[in-house]
Design a protein around this ligand. Structure first.
Ligand code: Z5A
Length: 213
């Protein structure tokens, strides 16, 4: 399904530990050095209500209790709020918006990962994201095994999603590849196992191409 293409709105995607947050920071700094105004946000989250929804979604106490449809709707609810409260005003004020995850996370995790109907996930996305959708999504491709190795270096207790089995992350990873294949004009996929700086330069190049008037 095709979604709107909103100028100056970019998103980083990939499974956990793929390096999204690292690359988002590098990209934001590089753009700011070039004089662009940048607003960064994470999903789920980025606005007060959305952060409250995040704490429900990631709470390990709800593992095995939260229904897949509840999960789908909560991610969309968090997204609807951050779009209205943060993303649209930021774009209207001439900022570049960089999102750490957006609606393709829902397609990859709830659609490909959980096995919910891709059509229904897309239909819901069309409602939630009626007013904006990234003009370019940058996917960091890493397999479930490598992602697990990177995540194992963390001290924190895994959140509800992080404690899913390897098979789940394999499906999510395959989902991202499929999304890239089906949307070659608006999605770029990068090998997340390359050096951080190498990935950064590739991402920066792709974004600067879009920013040219
Ligand atoms: N989720 C969903 O199911 N549906 C949805 O619609 C949305 C989200 C929006 C949010 O988790 C969870 O919600 C997520 C998907 C789900 N769950 N899972 N599982 P989150 O926001 O808490 O976390 P995350 O988005 O998954 O990100 P992360 O775990 O923080 O990882 P990351 O941002 O991709 O990676 P990083 O923090 O930049 O890097 C991880 C480590 O790797 C770090 O030590 C880096 O120094 C290192 N790193 C980074 N790049 C490299 C390279 N190139 N080489 C070597 N090492 C590197």
């Amino acid at each position: 399904m095709k979604f709107p293409s909103t100028r100056n709105f970019f998103c980083l995607e990939g499974i956990d530990g793929s390096g999204k947050t690292t690359q988002l920071e590098l990209l934001a700094n590089a753009l700011e050095e070039k004089g662009y105004k940048v607003v960064k946000l994470r999903e789920p989250g980025g606005a007060v209500i959305s952060e409250h929804v995040r704490s429900i979604l990631l709470n390990p106490a709800f593992k095995g209790i939260m229904d897949d449809s509840t999960e789908l709707l909560l991610y969309n609810a968090a997204r609807a709020q951050v779009i209205a409260e943060i993303i649209l005003p930021a774009l209207e004020n001439g900022n570049i918006v960089l999102a750490d995850r957006f609606a393709y996370s829902t397609l990859a995790y709830q659609g490909y990962g959980r096995g919910l109907s891709l059509k229904k996930v897309n239909e819901l996305t069309a409602i939630t994201c009626e007013k904006c959708f990234p003009e370019l999504t940058l996917i960091l491709d890493i397999n479930a095994k490598q992602s697990k190795i990177r995540r194992s270096h963390r001290d924190e207790t895994p959140d509800r999603l992080e404690s899913e089995a390897d098979l789940f992350f394999d499906k999510v990873s395959e989902g991202y590849k499929q999304i890239a294949k089906e949307n070659p004009d608006t999605v770029c996929i990068f090998d997340a196992m390359l050096e951080k700086e190498t990935i950064h330069q590739k991402i920066l190049e792709a974004v600067l191409l879009r920013l040219k008037p």
